[in-house]
Design a binder for this molecule. Sequence first.
Ligand SMILES: Cc1ncc(COP(=O)(O)OP(=O)(O)O)c(N)n1
Ligand SMILES: Cc1ncsc1CCOP(=O)(O)O
Ligand SMILES: [Mg+2]
Length: 210
Amino acid sequence: MERQFPYKLYLVISEEACYGRDMLWVAEQAVKGGVDLVQIREKNKNYSDFLESSLRLKEMLDSYSVPLIVNDNPVVAVNCNAHGIHVGNSDIPPSEIKKKWPGCNMIGYSVEYMEQLSGTEIEFSDYLGVSPVFSTPTKTDTVTEWGLKGVEQIRTLTDKPLVAIGGINQFNAKQVIQAGADCLAVVSAICAADNPAKAAETLRNLIETA
Ligand SMILES: Cc1ncc(COP(=O)(O)OP(=O)(O)O)c(N)n1
Ligand SMILES: Cc1ncsc1CCOP(=O)(O)O
Ligand SMILES: [Mg+2]
């Protein structure tokens, strides 16, 4: 069955990950380089700051027709008119998001345990975040490191689009796609790069030629 997921390079961004550079500038450079989906992930901001950043990012992304996904918080997502939301095992589950936000276009759901693949939440999800593929200092409260073998195994168990995340960079991107990922999500490979547009372009080319 053909997987309906047109996105290949997914930027997960926060102000903190941009190390003092303007988050909107970093995101815009990334889009110019080939990012086609963006998630705002602010773990330490209060509601109003999270919403304000999301509204500003959404306005910029709209001008490129790039969808915005909000991490964790459905109220921020609804109030900035985001395209969708990404949730994990400690968040409101996809089935509840579907009930509370009928207009949601995309629900991403993190897979940290193999058992989740036979659970009921998968069917309410539009893509699965394979989380993390490699260990990463960007997120340390993780369960396991799936590795390339894990991506291959998950690929055999579901037809849902797979978004690989965690420690992905220009040196392993091709292998992760070849293992079965449909899309690569990155934080530091773009946000911490000297030239975020070039970093995105390099990753995008690696994905397209994998
Ligand atoms: C694309 C993508 N995949 C996985 C995650 C991780 O989500 P979660 O497990 O809920 O952890 P936090 O990001 O909330 O710390 C993600 N955000 N995006
Ligand atoms: C949000 C998230 N979820 C799983 S790993 C991760 C962080 C990925 O960051 P990086 O691309 O810098 O390894
Ligand atoms: Mg979460």
